[in-house]
Design a binder for this molecule. Structure first.
Ligand SMILES: O=C(O)CCC(=O)C(=O)O
Ligand SMILES: [Fe+2]
Length: 345
């Protein structure tokens, strides 16, 4: 398959789980992850769960402004909670969307913990049914994510658990609403997902998600009912030394209908450090189907996200959050906000 994809491959999860069809589907998975960087995952068995969540989203966003603000992200040093329209910035432009960010359960941050550990903490739920839905949805997605990563390892003929040293404590889930806007408006600007190994995204039938291929063309990720769009996030980019780069994507705002989406960002260990990565990625990089030259560079310069400017992956991620949500960043991390603002990257 060409690396300059013009359509996004479909990988059938049931065929990965079936010993008779597994090998052929693993080859497709390998090509999709390492050459394309994006795929639709179908037949996951989670279709009813996804549909239930999609059906409830209009009710969630119909809560009163007071109810939403009572769980505003500004309350949260963990960047969890509600973000109103126009409060988020991507690629230096304002995004036209509203969203609720949640995290899977994790330990509470304490004073003696590293400062970047504070990215993880308790979620804010506006009511009991949202808490219940988020709990069930994240449990199901976490299990799917673990199984998916095992298949990715197998697709490279690596041991099943080759990536099991990397997952972190708190995965993130978002419920997102894009209201209709003027033609060509930015739902969310071009970006790679900084959080996580892989992102598993359920989108509704409206469309607007686009991904950038290696020739610099935007390709429509046209909705495929019941599927999850899976993309490589910067955590996986880091542990493959940048060889498997996260794919850039964006959402063009809808013009006539409201669009809803549900991305799940699979956690990466926040304490991953550059030196550790350089060691652990070597064996992985050897197996990835790309040129030796690219591999050599990968070992020397593991990833743009793991920069010598940062202590570890957690700090790089914290910096990213601070600039995506500058009001939250300035409130909870004023010194870091100032420090990172002065850095030339
Ligand atoms: O809403 C979507 O389809 C994509 C959202 C996204 O890329 C993100 O929130 O990182
Ligand atoms: Fe994204």
């Amino acid at each position: 398959m060409s690396t300059s994809f013009t359509s996004i491959p479909l990988v059938n999860f049931a065929r990965l789980r079936n010993p008779e069809t597994k090998d052929a589907e693993l080859a497709l998975l390998r090509d999709s992850v390492f050459n394309v960087g994006f795929l639709y995952l179908t037949h996951t068995g989670l279709e009813p769960m996804i549909e239930e969540a999609q059906t409830r989203l209009p009710d969630l966003f119909a809560l009163s402004a007071d109810e939403k603000l009572s769980v505003g992200m500004l309350n949260s040093p963990h960047f969890l909670g509600y973000t109103g329209l126009g409060s988020e910035t991507t690629a230096r432009q304002t995004d036209i969307r509203e969203q609720f960010d949640f995290g899977t359960e994790c330990k509470e941050w304490r004073e003696q913990d590293p400062f970047w550990q504070r990215l993880e903490g308790p979620s804010q739920f506006p009511n009991a049914w949202v808490r219940d839905l988020v709990g069930r949805y994240t449990t199901a997605m976490s299990e799917l994510g673990r199984e998916f990563v095992h298949f990715v390892a197998e697709s490279l003929s690596l041991p099943l658990d080759a990536f099991d040293q990397f997952p972190g404590e708190m995965s993130r889930l978002k419920f997102v609403k894009y209201p209709p806007a003027a033609p060509g408006s930015q739902g969310v600007g071009p970006h790679k997902d900084s959080i996580g190994l892989f992102t598993f995204l359920a989108q509704d039938s409206v469309g607007g998600l686009q991904v950038l291929n290696k020739s610099g063309e935007w390709i429509d990720a046209t909705p495929v009912p019941g599927s999850l769009v899976v993309n490589v996030a910067q955590g996986f980019e880091a542990i493959t030394g940048g060889v498997c780069s996260g794919t850039t994507h964006r959402v063009v705002a809808p013009t006539a209908t409201t669009r809803y989406s549900i991305p799940f960002f699979q956690a990466v260990r926040l304490n991953l450090r550059l030196e550790e990565l350089k060691r652990s990625t070597q064996e992985i990089i050897k197996k990835i189907p790309v040129s030796d030259d690219k591999k050599k560079r990968a070992v020397n310069v593991p990833s743009e996200l793991i920069s010598p400017l940062y202590e570890c992956f957690g700090e790089a991620q914290l910096r990213n959050r601070i600039f995506s949500h500058p009001d939250v960043g300035q409130k909870w991390y004023p010194h870091l906000y100032q420090k990172y603002s002065l850095q030339v990257l």
